[in-house]
Write a protein that binds this ligand. Structure first.
Ligand code: ACM
Length: 577
């Protein structure tokens, strides 16, 4: 049994199943109570939320309703922005598409208000009304909806808010969902909004199972709609290498394919016997990177090292320590196969990372670093020679040497590394950002050492866990994390001083796909938990309220329905399966 699976099993033993705590009745057969109580809470909170919060997720920092009349969406309007500016034009196009299902006409985009009497204005200004760089203001009065920000990203977030001010069916799908000429109206209000954290992430493991490029785009779309801005793309693993590298074609001709897949529980020995694989071409990756950029999402590619590298070693065994047969793995867990710390391996990894940097313009490259067993390094003369040559104490310091060499290479090219919290063992590379997954201890230690941290603790931020009673759920790897658990997550541990807390860049939800064979299953596991996480990383902690969020979710489920998102339905109307 591996650490990750052990870790997850621990959570499953400690889980509390069935109904969210506030709805729990001692008599589970008492259906009246089970339905009436949530219904009462729902109606009270819905009324409150309709007035105060408009069911926007993540909840904005401030919404003030004003006494003016509503703004009516109708055909005779214009979208006003600086049409000379290509990015503003693209943002205006997004607004036009969102409004289309309500008007059945494409509104003109223009530089001037005339001749229309009502307008939606997108304005790039030097506003200091809200914190920058991602803040925005949105005001609604009878003649105009005005979105202002000092960055394009801020305007994009204002547009995401506008999208949620429209009826939940509109702007989310096919206009035929909308009856003609409904002319929806939006109450007069002033919104001031900005994110709490700069890093608002979702992760996707495309290695345990491969998902088509179009699904990756949809995943990014859903993130962006929730104002998330970092997509951690887990591209290499023991079970498959998913990124085309021109200099090393066998990474994908061999490394992207496995013979069979474990389909039963870990240890069941139940395999499907079906070849599985696939990879993204560099052309597809460029397209996805630019698609993400248009939605203000930065992609952080992960190239795992020194462990979780069976697929790469199956393709190029010469970068292992032993002359043995390596294979692309068909089961899950942690494998002893590991890159050998010899010069040829560093040359190979630098070549790979050079192509990776050409494809991904963002600052961060994730280099993995987790779950790297040291047994082969203990047995390898080459690894032991490196330990002696470099004056290292042991194999943990050898891992630190390995990661630090890669960091130096990436830093010399203007990039920064992120690694899982195991990179603290044996000494943290000087500039590294730590992704804390084995709880928060690694993140706390790193912040105390003045290193940046992204929080992804397994107990709350692993969206591969069950979200309801496993006996009624499709198979998952283990654990239990329901919507409320992630909603209540606080990324800044109270053990940190105010100064240390500044190193917590934000948080992320991790979607490991051992038991997610299809895009539908990924959506089932990622949503609605990602919506709760969006509020964790965007909304000020003091504005959060679980019941009120849950009430807003009732409207949000309709939006997800309109988009055809296959979310886990357990909290839809508060009734768990
Ligand atoms: C991890 O879950 N091994 C980072």
């Amino acid at each position: 049994m591996t650490k990750r699976i052990l870790f997850r099993s621990f959570h499953i033993l400690n889980s509390k199943f069935y109904i969210p705590s506030q709805f729990t009745t001692h008599d589970k057969n008492n259906h009246m109570l089970r339905f009436l109580f949530p219904a009462l809470i729902l109606s009270l909170t819905l009324i409150q939320s309709a007035i105060a919060f408009q069911s926007i997720i993540p909840k904005p920092v401030e919404i003030k309703h004003t006494d003016e009349a509503d703004f009516r969406i109708h055909r005779n309007m214009a979208i006003v922005t600086d049409t000379e500016d290509e990015k503003l034009n693209r943002l205006a196009g997004m607004v036009r598409d969102l409004v289309y299902p309500s008007t059945w006409t494409f509104l003109p985009v223009s530089d001037t208000f005339a001749p229309k009497d009502t307008v939606i204005i997108l304005e790039l200004t030097g506003t200091d009304a809200v914190p920058q760089p991602e803040g925005y203001t949105l005001s609604v009065d009878p003649s105009a909806i005005r979105i202002q920000a000092s960055s394009y990203a801020g305007l994009f977030y204002g547009i995401q808010t506008l999208r949620q001010l429209l009826p939940s069916e509109t702007g989310f799908n096919d206009p035929s969902l909308m009856p003609r000429n409904t002319e929806p109206s939006i109450p007069a209000m002033e919104i001031k909004d900005h994110p709490r954290f700069e890093y608002r992430g979702m992760h996707l493991d495309v290695a345990r199972h491969f998902f088509p490029a179009d699904f990756v785009k949809r995943y990014i779309d859903l993130m962006a709609m929730h104002k998330m801005n970092r997509f951690h793309w887990h591209l290499t693993e023991d079970q498959g290498w998913r990124i085309e590298i021109k200099k090393y074609p066998k990474l994908t001709t061999i490394g992207a394919w496995r013979d069979s897949t474990l389909i039963g529980n870990y240890g069941s020995g139940e395999y499907d016997g079906i070849r599985h694989g696939g990879f993204y071409t560099q052309e597809e990756i460029r397209e996805i990177v630019s698609y993400a950029a248009e939605r203000y999402v930065t992609i952080i590619p992960e190239i795992e090292m020194p462990g979780h590298s069976s697929a790469a070693l199956a393709a190029y065994p010469e970068f292992g320590c032993f002359d043995k047969e390596y294979k692309v793995q068909s089961t899950w867990g942690v494998f002893e196969d590991i890159y050998c710390p010899k010069e040829e391996t560093f040359g190979f990894l630098e070549d790979v990372l050079t192509e990776v940097m050409e494809l991904f313009p963002g600052t961060y490259i994730h280099i993995g670093g987790d779950e790297a067993p040291k047994k082969q390094w203990q047995q390898s003369e080459i690894a032991q020679e490196v330990i002696k040559r470099e004056g290292l104490a042991d194999e943990h310091e050898l891992q630190s040497y390995f990661i630090t060499r890669i960091e130096q290479f990436l830093n010399a090219n203007g990039r920064q590394i992120i690694g899982w919290d195991e990179i603290l063992e044996g000494g943290l590379a000087p500039q590294a950002t730590v992704m804390s997954w084995r709880g928060e201890a690694g993140g706390i230690e790193a912040a105390q050492m003045k290193h940046d941290v992204v929080m992804t603790p397994g107990g709350t931020n692993y969206f591969d866990h069950y979200q309801a009673d496993p006996s009624s759920e499709p198979i998952a790897i283990g654990g239990y994390t329901n919507l409320e658990d992630i909603y209540r997550y606080e990324p800044v541990p109270d053990t940190l001083t105010e100064e240390e807390a500044k190193y917590i860049l934000g948080a992320q939800g991790n979607v490991w796909t051992e038991y997610m064979h299809t895009p539908d299953k990924v959506e089932y596991m990622a949503y609605p938990r990602a919506a709760a996480l969006a509020e964790v990383v965007w909304t000020p902690a003091e504005n959060k309220n679980w019941l009120e969020f849950w009430a807003r979710m009732q409207t949000h489920f309709k939006r997800l329905d309109a988009l055809g998102v296959n979310y886990g339905p357990h909290y839809n109307r508060g009734i768990k399966n």
